[in-house]
Unconditional design. Sequence first.
Length: 245
Amino acid sequence: MSTPSNPNSPNSSECRGGDGLRRLYGRRQAFRLRDRQARLVKDLLPRLETDIPAEGPIDLAALFPDTDDVWLEIGFGGGEHLAWQAAQNPGMGLIGCEPFVNGIAKLLSKIDEAGLENIRIFPGDARVLLDQLPEASIGRAFLLFPDPWPKTRHHKRRFVQPYVLDALARALKDGAVFRVASDIPDYVAWTLECMMPRADFSWTAEGPDDWRARSPDWSETRYEAKAVKAGRRPTYLEFCRNQRV
């Protein structure tokens, strides 16, 4: 099977590092929030925020009583995809991680307008949340159009790193799906080089159409629409969490 490739893709040695401490995101806020957004951050966010317990893993049953499964989106941006998934899957509990205040405010507006009750928000570094999730507790995870950190010296800030994937593999259920999308060929190649050698994940693609087209249960994001308009072709990767031995 042929795979997407890039002659400038990182080599595997660059994909082995990471001490778990390096900051993987940029600024926390870009511009002043509108009055309504500020009110939602003040009043609604505390009701939806996922806290890290002082001891032990997060109690997902307390966060989402009577839900069929819990899904996770890492870096939800403006919240378009997360809100869509919540509306389409009311029986699922969804946790969205996003340190960017403006993105959180946009998601809160969508939650308020649609009356969504199955979303919880972690307004910080997703790595912290991953470490506190119960083992084999997440049925689906999304990483859509993450910051590519294009400069070589910044590659260790990319979210896809072996130590992060270790934490994600621990949190995912057997058979869970991990979806990654990017419009940056180098980041796609980086992701595949990090994922393909792993025994705990398998790439589900059977042919080019599987990474060139987004499936119907995977909605478009604002960033994706912007990338397509600019002439960049997104790649859609899906990995399955293999059965634990």
